[in-house]
Design a protein around this ligand. Structure first.
Ligand code: TYD
Length: 424
């Protein structure tokens, strides 16, 4: 049985107020109207723009046509990307696609910017058809858009939207509808318009649309680098970026990441344990990892989330295998006992010569037991990372970490998103 789902865009797939509000403010300022407050601005999301300028800003027809032109001036260059995918939507679309559901978008926003948004946020490959009015249509009739979005043959179809226009359009197009409460309309508005089902959250929507469907496996990303490579800063910036794209992140770190492993972390890194042997150290890292994989990493991946981990097994290979001189094969072997063959899908390596990393670390607060190891140790760690990268170039995203923070962050985000998309 072929199922088809047609989604509205703004307020249903993406939380788009930032770009829309900024562009309306721009129109008001440019055309000499009072700048609407937040509550007034919210009304603009959903209805056709021309309708909103007439009804909410008191314009006549000619003024509204000009307002739409001015709005687009800003929106198509900047506003379009001041946007974020609702958490969970990515998982929803992935699940529908993996289960052979026909997925379309029918939006009142013109077709070309809508396609650009979906492309920018890496959602296009989940969507079979995108339908929006062309740039010079004054009003976007949702019924027509929905009819155009539907496939030729289907057994069951529904429209998902956050405003009455979506629900009324679906009714006229002869299909069912789900009203969503996390967007820009109210429950009252959606129920009065006659939605068949009301879903308060994205999670509720997933329950409605994906009941009984297996969830595709999530992804596992790790971040590696020498101490002082700027890993923590870059990780924070990457997480911010990925959440905008609708990735549901589960964050963690090694050693640590769950209560038992955090206790092991304290043991390993404490400067009181100066006499700890390299073997003990390596086994403790592996032990902490075994618990962490069991408690955190595997459940996250199984639930379709994006597991993002500050260091993983590669750190053991580099620090204990290379730095402490235990040997790569030995360290891999003890970790295979701990975690089997589990490896990250993508590993970001922040590449910085150990001398530079060392001089950055000098400014840091109290260094831990690993950080006080000598320069020769960190030189061996660096070499071990590079050897790993040559063995598995397809897993690593190697980024030069010597430049400015923003440029590095942009490169990391672009390359990671590209990789994640390829795997979806
Ligand atoms: P990290 O938490 O990255 O340190 P910080 O947040 O202080 O920068 O890592 C702690 C130290 O543990 C770091 O020096 C690298 C080392 N380490 C290993 O030697 N082996 C391992 O398997 C892991 C995960 C970390």
């Amino acid at each position: 049985m072929r199922q088809a789902v047609v989604f509205d865009l703004d307020g249903t797939l993406t939380q788009s107020e930032e770009g829309i509000f900024n562009s309306i403010r721009y129109v008001a300022e440019r055309m000499g109207y009072p700048v609407p407050d937040a509550e007034e601005l919210r009304k603009f999301i959903g209805p056709p723009l021309h309708y909103s300028f007439v009804n909410f800003m008191g314009m006549n027809d000619t003024q509204a046509v000009e307002a739409v032109r001015v709005y687009r001036e800003r929106y198509v260059t900047t506003g379009l990307f001041e946007n974020r995918v609702y958490p969970g939507i990515r998982r929803l679309l992935r699940t529908l696609k993996a289960n052979d559901v026909f997925v379309a978008v029918a939006t009142g926003k013109p077709q070309s910017p809508s396609e650009r948004i979906l492309e920018h946020f890496g959602l296009s490959h989940f969507i079979d058809r995108v339908v929006g009015p062309d740039m010079d249509t004054k009003d976007a009739d949702k019924e027509k858009l929905i009819r155009k979005a539907l496939p030729e043959h289907y057994d069951h179809a529904c429209m998902v939207g956050d405003r009455k226009f979506d629900i009324e359009g679906a009714k006229r197009a002869g299909i069912g509808s789900v009203g969503v409460g996390y967007g820009y309309g109210s429950r009252e508005e959606l129920e009065q318009a006659g939605c068949n089902i009301y879903a308060e959250t994205v999670e509720d929507l997933i329950q409605v649309l994906c009941a009984g469907m297996p969830v595709p496996r999530g992804q596992f990303l790790s971040m590696e680098g020498l101490d002082g490579s700027g890993k923590s800063t870059q990780l924070t910036m990457l997480k911010d970026h990925l959440s905008r794209y609708g990735y549901e992140l589960v964050e963690s770190r090694e050693p640590g990441g769950c209560p038992i492993s955090e206790k092991i972390r304290t043991l390993i890194l404490s400067r009181e344990n100066a006499e700890m042997t390299a073997q003990t150290e390596a086994l403790l890292y592996a032990a902490s990892r075994a618990q962490h994989v069991h408690d955190v990493i595997l459940p996250a991946v199984r639930d379709g989330k994006l597991m993002i981990c500050d260091r993983f097994l590669d750190s053991s290979v580099a620090y204990q295998g290379g730095g402490r001189g235990l040997g790569v094969e030995e360290v891999v072997a003890m970790n295979t006992y701990a975690v089997g063959t589990l490896r990250p899908d993508v590993t970001v390596f922040l590449d910085l010569p150990h001398e530079v990393a060392l001089s950055r670390r000098m400014h840091a607060t109290t260094p831990d037991r690993m950080e006080i190891a000598g320069e020769a140790f960190h030189a061996r760690v660096e070499d071990a990372y590079h050897a790993m990268i040559s063995r598995e170039p397809e897993r690593f995203v190697v980024v030069d970490a010597s430049g400015d923070v923003q440029t590095i962050a942009k490169t990391v985000a672009e390359r990671v998103i590209e990789r994640l998309k390829e795997m979806e």
